[in-house]
Design a protein around this ligand. Structure first.
Ligand code: HEC
Ligand code: HEC
Ligand code: HEC
Ligand code: HEC
Length: 275
């Protein structure tokens, strides 16, 4: 109670909560969007960026992260502290915003295990938005990582090497997924590889979010070994499927040829008879 009163009095929460309360659902009109759409600068830009995001597709609106009451068409009342409003301006970082109501708990758990969470407490960097953005959040890619933030603490060489090795893993995972899709489309056995890919993806997710020296020594190696093994396995099955494909095409062509020869033969026979 005292926390709320002091927080309300100062216009900012003094004792940041570990997990912010879940977002409210707008009853009819979502006034956060309705009002911010009309604003200029960053206040309005956020709407256009959010509209392209994975969150907008799920109807996860502004308040899913920022909190506040979307039923009130008043900039102050909507952001009253009693509705759990949180923004960068009142000292909330993106780890807190992304974790509102228990969202992304497992990813946040991983991030908190690593050295970057400690760095965030001391220097305010790096955080979720430095790799995912704040509003235009799309299916994640290594190339979205804002390396300008990383070089504040690491040498350009270390950052380049890190990005290159993550991109290689990302590419190998994409290749493996393509192979699996092809095998499945041909009704070939791929469930065992798919199950292992899920494990590898989890290790990769762990690597990028914990980001410790240990992870880069052990987990990265483990991912590489497993990926190589799975890629080889899928490749050899692809060869079998493709060989079957070729057999199929050759058989079809031969069949076609036989029919044509037969037709020519018949036509010539008839032609001779009618002469
Ligand atoms: C009636 C208009 C209006 C409504 C409704 C509104 N806002 Fe705002 N909002 C503003 C304006 C104007 C600002 C610029 C700062 C200021 O003038 O207070 C702002 C600022 C912000 C900021 C920047 C951080 C800050 O504290 O200033 C965030 C984040 C934000 N709004 C989110 C929301 C969310 C989430 C909702 C719905 C729960 C919402 N807004 C509802 C007008 C509105
Ligand atoms: C997925 C979570 C998420 C959603 C959804 C979201 N925001 Fe944000 N927003 C953030 C984060 C995190 C920041 C801090 C940005 C940074 O550090 O660069 C932020 C920053 C802002 C800012 C800049 C002021 C500040 O506090 O730094 C405004 C204005 C804002 N958001 C408005 C909105 C509006 C309007 C919507 C809905 C259209 C919205 N946001 C939806 C997470 C979100
Ligand atoms: C150093 C960059 C980096 C940081 C910091 C980071 N992420 Fe990620 N995140 C990634 C990458 C790269 C992926 C893609 C991993 C994959 O494909 O599985 C990812 C994947 C994810 C996913 C999975 C998306 C899906 O496909 O289901 C979620 C959720 C996520 N991150 C949330 C967060 C949150 C929350 C934070 C802050 C605590 C955070 N990330 C911090 C780089 C980062
Ligand atoms: C505020 C400082 C800070 C920022 C910004 C930062 N890091 Fe770090 N990072 C650290 C610290 C501290 C460690 C712990 C290991 C150490 O002492 O080198 C670390 C560890 C790492 C490691 C594992 C250790 C290694 O060198 O093998 C990688 C990889 C890494 N960071 C990449 C990144 C990337 C990519 C970014 C940009 C998204 C980034 N860091 C941004 C401070 C930072």
């Amino acid at each position: 109670m005292l926390t709320v009163v002091i927080g309300w009095f100062c216009g900012m929460p003094l004792f940041a909560q570990e997990v912010l309360p879940p977002a409210m659902k707008a009853q009819r009109v979502d006034y956060c969007i309705h009002c911010h759409k009309t604003l200029s600068g960053q206040m309005g830009v956020a709407v256009g960026e959010w509209e392209k995001s994975v969150h907008a597709k799920r109807d996860d609106n502004c308040n899913i992260c920022h909190g506040g009451n979307p039923d009130l068409n008043d900039k102050k009342a909507a952001k009253d502290i009693k509705f759990g409003f949180a923004a960068k301006r009142n000292n909330y970082n993106s780890v807190q915003l992304c974790g509102r109501g228990g969202c992304h708990a497992s990813t946040i758990g991983l991030f908190k295990m690593g050295p970057h969470y400690v760095a965030l407490g001391k220097k305010g960097k790096p955080e979720c938005v430095d790799c995912h953005g704040a509003h235009e959040i799309l299916p994640p890619k290594v190339k979205f990582i804002k390396t300008g933030v990383c070089v504040q603490c690491h040498t350009a060489g270390v950052v380049e090497k890190t990005i290159a090795s993550l991109e290689k893993l990302e590419q190998n995972i994409a290749d493996l997924e393509k192979n699996i899709d092809y095998l499945i489309s041909k009704n070939a056995e791929a469930r065992d590889i798919l199950a292992k890919l899920i494990d590898v993806r989890n290790l990769y997710r762990q690597l990028v979010h914990v980001m410790s020296t240990r992870e880069f020594q052990h987990t990265k190696r483990e991912i590489e070994l497993q990926l190589n093994d799975l890629l080889e396995k899928s490749q050899s099955r692809l060869l079998v499927v493709r060989r079957l494909d070729i057999n199929y095409v050759v058989t079809m062509l031969l069949g076609f040829l036989v029919v044509i020869v037969f037709m020519i033969f018949t036509i010539r026979t008839f032609a001779r008879r009618s002469d």
